[in-house]
Design a protein around this ligand. Structure first.
Ligand SMILES: [Fe+2]
Length: 251
């Protein structure tokens, strides 16, 4: 686990999406997103080195959304560390396999994205869900910002005590799997169900942006310098490019 700030570590061996370990001032440890199935050995090693080794060492697994590059190891983590898994209520039925998601590979995305979507359609993440988020101020210092549209229950999580934004795939900090080029952007259309809906929620959040010192996105590098300014710049760019999102519809 590579420690990037006083509170945030990144499992650098988890390659496709980012898996962040947040340690708060009370010593509680939260894993935000869990990587893909193939990332499990690397994730296990990173957690071991960070001292997360057995039951009780992890307070909770927090999912930004149900896609398998973020949620595939949640069930294993839940079992191994005896910790709750939390996600938004709109994503929970899919993770519990109570509902089947709409197919993602529909031939409209670039070829490599459709290939990845084929895997997502064939091997969706599954896990029991112990808790579902409440929109707004939730618990452990987290504020939940719903951004449905990437998935039904995609969210961003703001950890208010450390001013850290976990944006999931709703705000991207780079192009996966690269982590050395910082480029902020909104949700990728090829992987999103309703990009306009998601972007509308994100832009509304950015217009009323709380103080954020650190951006931990679902993909790309950590952003910890001039983070607020960069997010405001993203807002301005997107408002110019997509003026129809100026007044996003409510949930
Ligand atoms: Fe995603």
């Amino acid at each position: 686990m590579r420690r990037l700030t006083q509170h945030v570590g990144l499992a650098t061996g988890v390659k496709i999406a980012n898996s962040w370990l947040l340690t708060d001032k009370q010593g509680r440890r939260f894993l935000v997103d869990t990587g893909y199935f193939t990332d499990r050995p690397a994730l296990r090693a990173h957690l071991w080195l960070a001292g997360v080794r057995g039951k009780g060492d992890l307070t909770a697994v927090l999912l930004t959304h149900r896609h398998s590059d973020h949620a595939a190891n949640a069930a294993w983590l839940r079992e191994k560390f005896d910790c709750p898994v939390a996600c938004h209520a709109e994503d929970a039925p899919f993770l519990r396999l109570e509902r089947r998601p709409k197919k993602m590979a529909v031939g409209k995305a670039p070829l490599y994205q459709d290939w990845l979507n084929l895997f997502e359609d064939a091997y969706p993440a599954r896990t029991q869900v112990d808790e579902t988020y409440e929109d707004g101020r939730w618990k452990w210092g987290f504020r939940v910002v719903p951004a449905p549209g990437h998935t039904e229950g995609s969210v961003m999580l703001v950890h208010e005590p450390t001013r850290t934004l976990f944006s999931g795939d709703n705000i991207l900090a780079g192009v996966p799997p690269l982590r050395f080029i910082e480029h902020l952007s909104l949700a990728a259309p090829g992987f999103s169900q309703d990009t306009d809906l998601c972007n509308g929620h994100v832009l509304r959040f950015l217009r009323d942006l709380p103080r954020v010192d650190t951006l931990c996105s679902g993909h790309g590098p950590i952003v910890r310098e001039k983070t607020g300014e960069k997010l405001k710049a993203l807002l301005e760019t997107c408002e110019c490019r997509w003026p129809h999102l100026a007044e996003p519809a409510g949930r």
